[in-house]
Design a protein around this ligand. Structure first.
Ligand SMILES: C[S@@+](CC[C@H](N)C(=O)[O-])C[C@H]1O[C@@H](n2cnc3c(N)ncnc32)[C@H](O)[C@@H]1O
Length: 260
């Protein structure tokens, strides 16, 4: 599969749990203490779900969206919130002037080398500008760990380690960023109720369009069926259904804001 096909996302599959995925983005937005005078950037803007709320909170500022997925950018365009939408890899993108806000919800865990990436982003902030980031911090939970261990067991040579989302430990982000500005760092665990659906486990449906994307993209139909069957067998025990088929799915997310 080509790099550009690997980078493209499916906006419909991603939107399936829209209200659960948008809540942390709104919580992050509420936590932005202030912005500087330059443009605002929605880094890894996806389908632009948070664009309207960003525009509403920071009236009068230009909002740019940056993402590597053409399909997600097309969906973001229809929101009408962005003055510019740029197809670029976050690791190589930079603004043409100091920025007032770099807002990144559920995107930076797709990039490696946060020790290099984050200081580079902070340097792009103008005076009083803020970097605001939310990352899933779920890799040790069964929902994520089991995908990873099944891939290692069944198809270890079929994915690139750099394509697997990951995050540093909170203390590592603190060590990296605390000297660079006013830092606030916290975690929230969201207790998400996932509705039952015939023929699949809800946690598989929640994770297949995001964390499990790089794994499933690397497999043919028979291989996918095999790993999904084994994954769901474990999920039935790790996240049991209630009498209505619903599942209570705890999902941990890490947040930080840094104002220069
Ligand atoms: C889980 S979605 C989040 C989208 C949006 N921020 C939201 O809150 O709904 C992750 C997005 O990050 C983008 N992305 C992942 N890696 C990227 C990279 N290296 N450069 C640019 N965008 C990237 C994907 O294309 C996808 O749209």
């Amino acid at each position: 599969m080509s790099k550009s096909a690997r980078n493209d996302w499916n906006p419909n599959a991603y939107s399936k749990f829209r209200s659960l995925r948008v809540r942390p983005a709104l919580d992050l937005l509420q936590s932005v203490p202030s912005v500087g005078g330059g443009k605002l950037v929605d880094l890894g803007c996806g389908n632009g779900v948070i664009g309207p709320a960003l525009k509403e909170r920071f009236v009068g500022h230009d909002l740019i969206g940056v993402d590597a997925s053409p399909a997600m950018l097309d969906a973001a365009r229809s929101s009408g919130c962005y003055s510019d939408l740029v197809e670029a890899d976050i690791s190589s993108w930079s603004g043409d002037a100091p920025l007032g806000l770099i807002f990144s919800n559920a995107a930076l865990h797709w990039l490696p080398d946060h020790e290099v990436l984050l200081p580079k982003l902070v340097k792009q902030l103008g005076k009083g500008g803020t970097l605001a980031v939310q990352l899933p911090h779920q890799n040790n939970a069964p929902s994520h760990r089991v995908w990873r261990s099944l891939m290692d067991e069944l198809f270890a040579d079929r994915f690139d380690e750099n394509d697997v989302p990951s995050a540093l430990k909170p203390a590592q982000y603190h060590g990296l960023l605390a000297g660079m500005g006013q830092l606030s760092l916290w975690e929230t665990e969201y207790y998400q109720v996932l509705e039952g659906e015939a023929g699949s486990h809800p946690v598989r449906r929640f994770t297949e369009a995001t964390y499990a994307r790089p794994f499933l993209q690397a497999l043919d139909a028979d291989e996918k069926a095999e790993i999904i069957a084994r994954y769901e067998a474990v999920m039935e025990k790790a996240y049991p259904r209630d009498t209505n088929g619903r599942v209570l799915f705890p999902f941990r997310r890490l947040f930080f804001t840094l104002t220069a």
